[in-house]
Design a protein around this ligand. Structure first.
Ligand code: FAD
Ligand code: SF4
Ligand code: SF4
Ligand code: SF4
Length: 393
């Protein structure tokens, strides 16, 4: 039995669902990242998990041709509840109206978990970005069952999860399956969230982003809202350890510091993200504006059946403001002393030390800024190479 190395494992959890002997499960490691646990007594050494792991055995490449669009849901209510332009909600609504099933990430107490829904009224909890890794146990198996039952299925998740899904599906008939991945800057340690849980002040997460005062193409409108034990909602705003940890690269999951599923290495039918840096669709900013990049022809008949408004753009229109589309490559951060120190401080409950190490003006922060400047040069040359592979530049 061989699984991806700890530094590369995305915790997509595809291996767990591939094992019919229940030899694999997930837990949170001492640093606050999901890990895969292995029970040797249950393993029969069949090797299926190794063949399913998208890191060890990447599925066959599936992108035909990528085409970027500015996109938004014309259904204002759903768009308002979504992180950016509501591209996901428009596609999900069409699938649900056609009696299909939709899988997306939802908040469950202090955790994020992928959920299966069949009714349009169950869509709202799936909307919006949750900046914490979602639990996927059982989701892949459930999708296979839905496909076997002839259902139309939409899955939306991180690019590594879509890769996991494609790997689990193997030779399964995927004619009825549509997949969306999001542009992704990576996920971070869950230790700050676990601290909030242990404080006993809250019963769970409410949301990670705030659109009450509109979306904007520059700067982030993030705000962590928590449900208090007395039933009220507390807005912890942008400056708290959960969101500071998410915004900083220092404590990203190791696999996210060198993501294998960016650029052309995607397995979805389309990718969605925030249209950061846009200045052509300003009249749409307040309600939220998405980027939608299609990767094949089969997605277009589905898009035609949705409430989505799409306008073709070029890669140059968004790629400068959203390099996470093609680049999440900061492998040296894994070895930063400040990373080890911040994790140790968090484990000991010394949040102020961890927060200090993530501040841009601390010594560790200055070191990080220099690293990112050097990394920028590498990124720029990679971007030019990437754009050469694209038709709509
Ligand atoms: C961790 C994370 C990092 C991101 N980084 C970037 C970035 O760097 N640049 C960028 O442009 N966009 C990024 N996004 C995507 C962005 O936040 C929006 O999700 C995107 O713009 C789509 O918005 P929407 O309005 O169409 O859909 P929404 O309704 O906001 O969200 C759609 C779906 O996203 C999926 N999703 C949400 N949270 C999670 C999660 N934790 N795990 C798996 N799937 C999830 C769900 O299935 C959800 O239903 C990120 C999203 C996440 C979750
Ligand atoms: S080798 Fe087979 S039995 Fe063992 S963990 Fe992997 S899938 Fe399960
Ligand atoms: S299948 Fe996913 S969770 Fe399992 S070892 Fe590979 S990357 Fe890690
Ligand atoms: S950066 Fe890559 S590995 Fe990390 S969550 Fe995003 S898609 Fe998965």
């Amino acid at each position: 039995m061989k699984l991806a190395k700890k530094k590369d494992c995305t915790a997509c959890m595809a291996c767990i669902d591939s094992c019919s002997h229940q030899a694999l499960s997930s837990s949170i490691d001492p640093d606050g990242y999901y890990q895969i646990d292995f029970d040797t007594n249950k393993c029969v050494e069949c090797g299926l998990c190794t063949r399913t792991c998208p890191v060890l055995s990447p599925p066959r490449k599936s992108i035909e041709e990528s085409r970027p669009y500015a996109a938004w849901n014309t259904h204002q209510n759903l768009r308002k509840k979504s992180a950016s332009g509501g591209a996901f909600s428009a596609i999900a609504s069409a699938i649900l109206q056609e009696r299909g099933v939709v899988y997306g990430a939802a908040i469950e107490g202090f955790e994020i978990r992928h959920k299966r829904i069949e009714r349009i009224e169950d869509l709202p909890p799936l909307l919006g970005s949750k900046y914490q890794q979602s639990i996927m146990n059982g989701v892949y198996k459930s999708i296979i069952q839905d496909l076997k039952n002839g259902r139309i299925v939409l899955f939306c998740g991180m690019a590594c999860q879509v890769a996991g899904l494609k790997a689990v599906l193997g030779k399964c008939n995927t004619e009825n399956l549509y997949t969306i991945d999001t542009i992704c800057g990576g996920l971070s340690t869950m230790l700050p969230m676990l601290q909030l849980k242990q404080s006993g002040r809250y019963t769970g997460i409410v949301s990670f982003r705030d659109k009450e005062n509109g979306w904007q193409s520059k700067g982030f409108r993030y705000a962590l809202k928590m449900q208090k034990t007395d039933g009220s909602v507390e807005n912890l705003g942008l400056d708290n350890l959960v969101l500071n940890t998410f915004s900083s690269k220092l404590l990203k999951r190791s696999s996210c510091l060198d993501c294998q599923f960016t650029g052309n290495n995607r397995y979805s039918d389309c990718t969605i993200g925030d249209f950061w840096g846009d200045d052509k669709f300003k009249d749409q900013h307040c309600e939220g504006l998405s980027i939608l990049v299609t990767h094949n022809e089969r997605i277009f008949p589905l898009l035609k059946r949705t409430n989505i408004s799409i306008t073709p753009i070029r890669f140059h229109d968004f790629i400068h403001g959203n390099h996470n589309y093609y680049w999440t490559h900061y492998p040296q951060i894994r070895h930063f002393f400040s990373r080890k120190r911040a994790l140790a401080a968090m484990r000991q409950g010394k949040s102020n030390i961890a927060a200090h190490l993530m501040r841009p003006n601390s010594m560790a922060g200055i070191y990080m800024r220099i690293y990112l400047k050097l990394n920028f040069l590498l990124r720029k040359s990679f971007m030019l190479k990437f754009l050469k592979t694209q038709k709509y530049v």
